[in-house]
Ligand binder design. Sequence first.
Ligand SMILES: Nc1ncnc2c1ncn2[C@@H]1O[C@H](COP(=O)(O)OP(=O)(O)OP(=O)(O)O)[C@@H](O)[C@H]1O
Length: 231
Amino acid sequence: MTRTTTPTGAALTGISAGYARQIVLREVSAGFPAGAVTALVGANGSGKSTALGVLAGIVRPVAGVVERPAGRPALVVQHDAVPPLLPITVRDTVRMGRWAGRPWRRLSRQDRAVVDRCLARLGVDSLAGRRLSALSGGQRQRVLVAQALAQETGLLLLDEPTAALDVPARQAISGTLREVADSGVTVIHATHDLAEARSADHCVLLHRGRVLGEGPPEDTLTDEALRAAWG
Ligand SMILES: Nc1ncnc2c1ncn2[C@@H]1O[C@H](COP(=O)(O)OP(=O)(O)OP(=O)(O)O)[C@@H](O)[C@H]1O
C-alpha cells in the first residue's frame, strides 16, 4: 500500500519486497525525514537499490506500507544503467525531467527556465548540445541529477550518485543534494562510501535485506554495526 504524506518525509513500514524469484527486503521499517539527506548504507546486495525502487514505486512490495511526499518521485539510477548509445542531447535529457508523465509535451517558457537553471546548477550548461553518449561517466551522472532536479519533486532518490566520480564532481553533487534538502525535499541516496554516509543527516543501515540500524550517522555507523553489516 502507498500513502502520500507531507511534510514529514517518507517511511517504509513492515516492507517485504523483491523480484520474481527472490524476496530481498524482509520486514523493513525505516523513516526518511523531509528537509534532510538520508544515506541508505550497506554492502553489495544488501538491498539498497531495491529499497529505492520501493520508495520510487517501481518495485511493488508484497507486504507493508510505503509513505512518501505527494507527487511523482525522482529516481536517479547509476549512470552506467543508462543505455550508452541513447541518441539524445544533454538538454533533451534534462527536459525529460519536465515531462511530468506526458512524453515529448511542449515545454512552457517556465519549464525551459527550470531546465536552464538545473543545467547550470550541476555545471553542465556548457555541454547542453552534446550527445549524452559522448560524455564521461561523471558528466553523465551530473546530467542525470540535473534531470531529477528539473522534476522539482518532494522526494529525490539517488542510487550511488557519486560512485566513481572525481573529488570535484563528488563535491558538486553532494553540495547540490544538501541545498535541495535545505529547501525541504526528502533526499535519499544509496551509498557504500562511509565518508559520504557520515556526512548525511540521517542514515539507514541495511544488511541482507534487513535494517540493522537507523538514526544520526554517528550513532548508527558504529564499528560494531559496520562489522555486522559487512560481515
Ligand atoms: N532487477 C532484478 N531482478 C532480480 N533480482 C534483482 C534485481 N535487482 C537486484 N536483484 C537482487 O536483489 C538483491 C539485492 O540487490 P540490490 O541491487 O537491491 O542491492 P544493493 O545493496 O543496491 O547492491 P549494490 O551495492 O551492489 O548496488 C541481490 O541479490 C540482487 O541480485
